[in-house]
Design a protein around this ligand. Structure first.
Ligand SMILES: [Zn+2]
Ligand SMILES: [Zn+2]
Length: 149
């Protein structure tokens, strides 16, 4: 079987190998789903998406696979103050807008200029900055429409 060098499977295999982890069909199915969706799903939503292909998979296995992928840097985890988490298969720099009513998360292209990030970093005294997260808050169009009727 030939594998494209830049296929999702190839990316997953080399990242797992680098981290001394085994390639499993569960990890593969979870990563494949995240790499192909822009919906920033929760673990429950990932479970629903991969279960048709892997009927025996449990939510615990989905969670473990997600954490493995996050640990390998293949997936970003978005945590929220209400304790919920969403997962993002796109690790290129971008921002998010989150609906305050339904919790939907959509991508907002772009990244802050280096000097602005540096300015913010300087303001965070006695703090080692490893990154930043910019989230736009508001309401998505379906929720605004629902509110009006
Ligand atoms: Zn909404
Ligand atoms: Zn995203």
């Amino acid at each position: 079987m030939s594998v494209h060098h830049d296929s999702h499977e190839g990316i997953l295999r080399s990242a797992l190998e680098e981290n001394g982890l085994r390639y499993t069909e569960q990890r593969s199915a979870v990563f494949e789903h995240l790499a192909n969706t822009k919906s920033h799903p929760t673990a429950d939503e990932v479970l629903l998406a991969v279960r048709p292909a892997l009927p025996g998979i449990s939510l615990a296995t989905v969670y473990k696979s997600l954490e493995t992928l996050v640990g390998c840097g293949l997936v970003n985890k978005l945590t929220y103050s209400d304790g919920s988490s969403r997962y993002d298969g796109c690790t290129d720099p971008h921002h998010h807008a989150r609906c305050g009513r339904c919790g939907r998360v959509v991508d907002v292209p772009g990244s802050l200029p280096e000097d602005q990030v540096e300015g913010l970093r300087l303001g965070a005294s006695d703090f080692v900055v490893t990154g930043y997260r910019l989230e736009l808050t508001g309401y998505c169009q379906p929720c605004l429409t629902a509110e009006r009727v």
